[in-house]
Design a protein around this ligand. Structure first.
Ligand SMILES: NC(=O)c1ccc[n+]([C@@H]2O[C@H](COP(=O)([O-])OP(=O)(O)OC[C@H]3O[C@@H](n4cnc5c(N)ncnc54)[C@H](O)[C@@H]3O)[C@@H](O)[C@H]2O)c1
Length: 256
């Protein structure tokens, strides 16, 4: 499709389904040298193997690596696995969860679990990638998965919005910390994207039709449209961009 990611080794967490899977496939379509597909389990939904098979069919080296992003040792091992291909150039910290019940009275255990994946996991992923990039003298790109819910708050997802707002500022803080090494850190903030997470998150699923009607483009987003945004941020086409949150929402956050 293009050579935007030519010679780049791309690692994607939460890549066995939905947006992460689409990012991994987009990376391969746009010329990546190798794509590491990582997830907490091999077959959560679409699955790790179907994803790696699709990437292999595009003639791109790939491997599934199991990693729970809330465990630092797992994430370090994932990034170590990229050394086989020459080290990570583009790290996509995509893994994230919603809760069966969220809101002002969110339960403590659920809240801590969500933060451990959405915030701890995102930071651990960025840290591991930055460490390897610095050691290899690579001027890489780290892309964090935020959400429109991290830019505007939603009462039905208090914990989720809080975590994603943290990701938005994490991108800015890490951009400042890693910029002197030539490492860029950005976030992508998707709107309503048609995935398993959207269809099966109580509250969000019901709200999705309302969001669709208010979205200027009058449709939900496709996972591949987030994949395309990540490819741009991972490529040298965005070489003077760091610390941003790229909103990909069909215009929803721009209208009242
Ligand atoms: N779908 C949307 O509308 C939407 C909107 C904004 C942001 N997002 C964000 O995009 C990202 C992907 O969402 P999606 O819609 O593709 O959801 P999804 O549920 O289809 O995919 C999330 C993936 O993360 C994995 N995962 C969960 N916990 C993990 C852990 N501890 N370690 C490793 N992997 C783990 C899951 O197994 C799954 O494969 C998430 O960060 C989500 O918050 C989604």
């Amino acid at each position: 499709m293009s050579n935007l990611l030519e010679n780049k080794v791309v690692v994607v967490t939460g890549a066995a389904s939905g947006i992460g899977r689409a990012i991994a496939v987009s990376a391969a379509r746009h010329g990546a040298r190798a794509v590491l597909v990582s997830d907490i389990a091999e077959i959560p939904r679409e699955g790790g193997t179907p994803t790696t098979q699709e990437i292999e069919a595009l003639g791109v080296a790939t491997r599934f690596v199991r990693a729970d992003v809330s465990k630092k040792a797992d994430v370090d091992a994932l990034v170590d696995a990229a050394a086989e291909f020459g080290g990570v150039d583009v790290m996509v910290a995509n893994a994230g969860i919603t809760l069966p019940s969220d809101g002002a009275d969110v339960d403590e255990d659920h809240y801590r679990r969500l933060m451990s994946v959405n915030l701890d996991g995102t930071l651990f992923s960025a840290q591991a990638a930055a460490r390897q990039m610095k050691a290899g003298g690579k001027q890489g790109s780290i892309v964090l998965m935020a959400s429109m819910g991290g830019i505007a708050g939603a009462g039905m997802t208090v914990a989720y919005s809080t975590s994603k707002g943290g990701v938005v500022v994490m991108a800015k803080a890490l951009a400042d910390a890693l910029g002197p090494d030539g490492i860029r850190v950005d976030a992508v903030a998707p709107g309503t994207i048609d995935t398993h997470l959207l269809r099966n998150s109580p509250g969000i699923a019901e709200a999705a039709e309302g969001f669709r009607r208010r979205t200027p483009l009058r449709r939900l987003g496709k996972p591949s449209e987030i994949g395309d945004a990540v490819v741009w941020l991972g490529s040298d086409m965005s070489s003077y961009v760091t610390g941003i949150s790229l909103i990909v929402d069909g215009g929803l956050l721009n209208v009242i």
